[in-house]
Ligand binder design. Sequence first.
Ligand code: 5GP
Ligand code: ZN
Length: 143
Amino acid sequence: MSDDPCIFCEIVAGRAPAARIYEDDEVLVFLDLYPTARGHTLVIPKVHYENLFEADEDSLMAVTRVARRGAHALRNAIRPDGMTVVQLNGAAAGQTVFHYHVHLIPRHHGDNLKIHGRRTAERSELETQASEIAAAFATTGDA
Ligand code: 5GP
Ligand code: ZN
């Protein structure tokens, strides 16, 4: 791993901005800055693990629990036709940020999914979306 600070660790620590949706002791949810779809969301463990192969089981379970809630929240807030849940491990798999994360990508009939978006979203636009999804998140409950 390089000595550069990990951007997702910086977001967890509050040293880098992000349109945050939800957090608990173990997991943080925020919007992707280069979204491939409206509501493109990332779910990460607060502890740094490079990928699936380094992450411990409890962290993976915590992320999965929250990803499930996030998927419900996105479905309620955005009303997509479907949802792609994807997670990349290693540069060969297309991973670009080496802090374990799960993508939640709302899908619509006829869209042309690219996992990596091409534009940088407006931060104000992301903050508005994050509030809408956070409100939906609050209604999903823990179960
Ligand atoms: P990966 O390719 O590693 O699976 O996904 C990394 C994701 O992180 C990409 O979708 C990329 O757009 C997103 N990303 C990269 N840098 C930042 C950032 O500084 N803030 C946020 N919110 N997302 C980022
Ligand atoms: Zn990190």
